[in-house]
Design a protein around this ligand. Structure first.
Ligand code: ZN
Length: 459
C-alpha cells in the first residue's frame, strides 16, 4: 500500500496496521457490537447493480462522516508461483494515476477535502477506502469509479513504484528479524496452501513483474462484478443510490468471477518445528499455532467456541495462560493469543510468548503445552468463561466505536461471501451461547500437542 504497507505480514490484520506485529485481536469479531448484549438490526441495504457490482449501504450517523470502500475479490491466493505479490503491486499502482487524475493526485484530492484514505492487500482481497465528510460522498464515489476503470499503467511510473515495493519488502522482511521469522513460520504452518505464500511476494518475483503482468491483473480482476462497494456512516440512501448509479452504473461487467477455488480441506501436519537463530533478533519468541476452522472452512460451528477460547487463554491480564505462565510460574513476560475466523480458507489459532530472560525456550514450551493439556481434562469454570466473554464483548464495543471498523468488518465478511448481517447482528448472542464443554471439545479437537506447529526465534 502506498503509505503504510499492511496485510503483507504474517497475519491478517483487520486493517492497515502499522508494523508486522499486527494486533493480537480476533480479526473476525472486531465487530464490537455497539449495542451491548442484544442483537440490533442495522439500517442497511445490500443490492447489486446490473453490471454485477454489489453495493452495501449502512447508515450509522454518529458523526457527519462517510467511509467509502471498494473491495476486490483478488489477493495473494489468486497469484501463481513466479508472480507472487502482484495484487499488492497493483494496489500501489492504483495511486499512480488514471486518464483523468494524475499520479499521486488521488490522495491529495482527498486530503484537500479534509479526508483520509488508504488501501491494503491480503490473501483474500484487496481493498481501498476513503473517509470524508458526508457531503463529499460524491467525490469519493467518482474517484473510486474512475480508478476501477481508467487506470493508466505507465511504464515509467511502474518502474519507480516497483522500487518502492522492493524497499517495502526489504524493510519489513529482509531487514526485519521478526518479519523474516514470521514469513517462514507461515510457510511452515500452511505448507503448500496459498496462505503459506507471502502477500508482498518474493523479491525475485517483485523484480521481475512487467507492465503487461499488471495490465492483465487489472483488467481481469478490477471489474464491477468482482467487487463490493460499501458506504458506511452518515448515509442518505436515496442520494447514495443515485450517485452510485451515476458513477458505477455504466462500467462494463467483467463477465464473471475469476477467483481461484481454494482447496476444501487442508492437510494438517502437526509436530513441525521451525528453529531460527538470528543475531539481529531483539529477544526470543515462542510461537505455537494450529490450523482450525473459519466461517467458510471446516466445522463452522466451532468458530465461536474458538473465539471465546482465545479470550479464555489470552484475555489481557486475566487469561489462563497469563495467570499461570506469566504471573504464577514466571516463565514468560508476555503472552498473546490470536484467532480470526473470517478467512476464505483455514484459520490459524496462535499463541505467542516472550520467555523470561535466561529461561530455555523448551522449558516454556513444555509449560504451555502442559497447561493446555490440563485444560483438556477439565471444564472451564462458569466464572472464568463469563469473564472471557465479557472481555471479548467489551473489547468489541470499544473497537467498533468507529465507522471505519464497522465498514472494515462488513467488507471482510461480504467479500468472502459470508452473511455479514447475521454475523454482525448476532455476534453477542453467539458468544454468550458458548459453553465450557464446547471450549474443552475444540481444545481436544484442534489444540493437541501432536498437531501443534512450533516456531522459536532466538537471538
Ligand atoms: Zn505496499
Amino acid at each position: 500500500m502506498k503509505k503504510k504497507i499492511c496485510q503483507v505480514g504474517w497475519k491478517r490484520p483487520s486493517k492497515c496496521v502499522d508494523g508486522l506485529t499486527a494486533r493480537f485481536v480476533g480479526v473476525l469479531f472486531t465487530l464490537l457490537l455497539l449495542w451491548g448484549g442484544d442483537a440490533r438490526a442495522l439500517e442497511a441495504e445490500d443490492w447489486v447493480l446490473d453490471n454485477g457490482l454489489r453495493v452495501i449501504l449502512v447508515n450509522e450517523a454518529k458523526a457527519p462522516v462517510v467511509v467509502t470502500q471498494v473491495w476486490y475479490q483478488v489477493g495473494g491466493i489468486d497469484e501463481k508461483e513466479g508472480k507472487t505479490g502482484l495484487s499488492h503491486m497493483l494496489e500501489h499502482m492504483m495511486f499512480r494515476g488514471t486518464q483523468s487524475v494524475p499520479a499521486g493526485e488521488y490522495s491529495r484530492i482527498i486530503a484537500r477535502n479534509g479526508g483520509e484514505d488508504n488501501a491494503s492487500t491480503s490473501w483474500d482481497y484487496t481493498d481501498y477506502w476513503s473517509k470524508l465528510s458526508s457531503d463529499q460522498l460524491d467525490l469519493a464515489l467518482e474517484l473510486e469509479a474512475d480508478r476501477m476503470h481508467n487506470l493508466v499503467l505507465d511504464p515509467e511510473k511502474f518502474r519507480s513504484e516497483n522500487l518502492v515495493v522492493r524497499e517495502e519488502r526489504r524493510t519489513r522482511f529482509e531487514s526485519n528479524p521478526q518479519g523474516r521469522f514470521f514469513e517462514k513460520f507461515k510457510q511452515h504452518l500452511f505448507q503448500d496452501h496459498p496462505y503459506g505464500r507471502s502477500v508482498i511476494g518474493s523479491m525475485r518475483d517483485i523484480v521481475n513483474y512487467t507492465v503487461q503482468d499488471l495490465e492483465a491483473w487489472y483488467y481481469t480482476h478490477y471489474t464491477p462484478d468482482n467487487a463490493v462497494l460499501l458506504v458506511v456512516g452518515d448515509v442518505d440512501f436515496v442520494r447514495a443510490r443515485a450517485l452510485i448509479h451515476r458513477y458505477f452504473g455504466a462500467l462494463p461487467s467483467g463477465g464473471g468471477n475469476k477467483r481461484v477455488r481454494l482447496p476444501k480441506d487442508q492437510n494438517v501436519v502437526g509436530g513441525r518445528r521451525l528453529m531460527e537463530q538470528d543475531k539481529e533478533a531483539m529477544g526470543s519468541v515462542l510461537h505455537v499455532a494450529w490450523l482450525v476452522p473459519s466461517l467458510t472452512f471446516g466445522r463452522t460451528e466451532d468458530v465461536y467456541p474458538l473465539d471465546v477460547l482465545a479470550a479464555v487463554l489470552g484475555g489481557g491480564g486475566s487469561g489462563r495462560l497469563y495467570r499461570r505462565i506469566v504471573v504464577e510460574q514466571k516463565k514468560a513476560v508476555s503472552v498473546q493469543t490470536q484467532y480470526g475466523g473470517t478467512s476464505l480458507g483455514p484459520e490459524s489459532f496462535e499463541i505467542s510468548l516472550e520467555p523470561r530472560d535466561g529461561l530455555p525456550v523448551a522449558e516454556l514450551e513444555g509449560a504451555v503445552l502442559s497447561e493446555l493439556g490440563a485444560m483438556m481434562e477439565e471444564v472451564v469454570s462458569e466464572l472464568e468463561l463469563q469473564r472471557a466473554k465479557n472481555g471479548l464483548l467489551a473489547d468489541r464495543i470499544y473497537a467498533m466505536d468507529s465507522v471505519d471498523h464497522l465498514a472494515g468488518m462488513i467488507g471482510r465478511l461480504a467479500i468472502n461471501g459470508l452473511d455479514w448481517r447475521a454475523v454482525v447482528e448476532h455476534y453477542p448472542e453467539k458468544v454468550q451461547e458458548v459453553t465450557g464443554l464446547q471450549i474443552r471439545d475444540v481444545m481436544r479437537r484442534y489444540l493437541s500437542r501432536e498437531k501443534a506447529v512450533v516456531g522459536v526465534l532466538m537471538p
